[in-house]
Design a protein around this ligand. Structure first.
Ligand code: GLA
Length: 365
């Protein structure tokens, strides 16, 4: 049997956090860290991973072979089931999964796994899907596997990535375009060492609170409204203060996505300075209005700016995880080490930093 290699990257979101929960824009980058599957067609589905530990064995249509699936294998099972629901022929797959993505850090290790598994399953069954179709399947699989009501950000970012670029994605229409990342600027991601699992974090509660605010808008689309317009409507419709703050966050962060895209397209010194301010405002908005930062990510953002970051903010699903920072490439290594040491001296957790590059989206290698 011929073996094929499938690859799906993790992602870091530059800005536009939780905006995909109300159809707003996001600005992710696909990373050079990801999930790799080396596999060949087979009678059953049998994927193992020495690295992640464990094995996913099931029938090609997703039915159980009598083994209870645990951990990452639940994502595999969910992707198989979702693909079966849309008519993928029941062809099996046998192989090995490896990953360079840290888990629980907010860099979408589960989305990368779902996408890589989806690519492999579609390929062996000769069942081609458009990237955004596969992203939808992978997102559904996340819901199915762990019950997390996530948006499309992570799965789309993994599929759409482009070398040297961020992807500006409208999560309502699914239209997207690429925004170049400035030369001489490195992407330095710092994991706070406070790991979080989306399914047990406040992610779902925040989503419900936002839905409450959107529901009270009576079908009005808040996109493009100013915050004072929102406040007027909120008052008229008696939207409670918590729901209003959640809405403030997604409206203001959507505006920040467009501003960051504009600044990145023209990275003059003044624009990079503004970029730093917008990232700071974005972090502050997650802290104050969305209430999903932690003392550790707040500290990391402060330390990043003190140590020369161009821009820094918490990224991903919140309640821990990582901050994304932009730093001068020539100083990146020193900056990274200084930051990790400074954090070690102030926090009860150990940070790990990754210098990453914007990479191509998922595909067969
Ligand atoms: C998680 C979810 C995404 C998105 C981000 C926050 O990564 O899976 O859909 O909501 O959080 O921007």
């Amino acid at each position: 049997m011929t073996t094929h290699v499938y690859w799906a990257p993790g992602r870091v979101n530059l800005i536009g956090e939780f905006t995909d929960l109300s159809g707003g824009p996001v600005l992710p980058v696909a990373l050079d860290l990801g999930v790799r599957i080396e596999a060949a067609p087979a009678d059953t589905i049998d994927l193992c991973s020495h690295e992640l530990g464990g094995r996913a064995r099931l029938a090609p249509d997703g039915t159980s072979l009598g083994h209870a699936l645990e951990g990452w294998a639940r994502y595999v099972e969910a992707v198989v089931t979702e693909l079966a629901l849309i008519g993928r022929p029941a062809v099996g797959l046998e192989g090995e999964i490896t990953s360079t993505l840290p888990i629980g850090v907010g860099l979408s290790s589960s989305a990368a796994l779902e996408v890589a598994v989806g690519l492999a399953l579609c390929d062996v069954a000769d069942f081609p899907l458009e990237p955004m179709q596969l992203a939808q399947v992978a997102r559904q699989a996340e819901h199915r596997a762990v019950g997390v009501p996530c948006g499309i950000l992570d799965q789309a970012a993994s599929l759409l990535g482009r070398v040297g670029h961020a992807t500006l994605l409208e999560t309502a229409s699914l239209a997207y375009e690429y925004v170049p990342l400035p030369e001489k600027i490195a992407l330095v991601i710092i994991d706070s060492g406070i790991s979080r699992r989306l399914e047990s974090s406040g992610y779902g509660t925040r989503r419900d609170e936002l839905a409450r605010a959107l529901g009270a808008l009576d079908g009005l689309d808040p996109t493009g409204m100013t915050l004072s317009e929102i406040d007027k409507i909120a008052q008229a419709n008696a939207i409670d203060p918590i729901a209003r703050r959640r809405l403030h966050h997604v409206i203001s962060d959507s505006e920040r996505v467009y501003e960051v895209a504009r600044l990145l397209r023209n990275p003059s010194a003044a624009n990079l300075e503004r970029l730093g301010e917008v990232f700071r405002e974005g972090h502050e908005s997650i802290r104050r209005d969305w209430e999903a930062t932690t003392p550790e990510t707040d500290l990391l953002v402060e330390l990043a700016y003190e140590n020369g970051a161009v821009a820094a903010r918490q990224t991903g699903g919140g309640f821990g995880g990582a901050v994304v920072t932009l730093a001068w490439e020539k100083d990146a290594e020193t900056y990274k080490n200084t930051l990790v040491d400074a954090y070690g001296g102030r926090a009860d957790a150990v940070a790990r930093a990754y210098i990453c590059h914007a990479s191509a989206g998922a595909g067969q290698l």
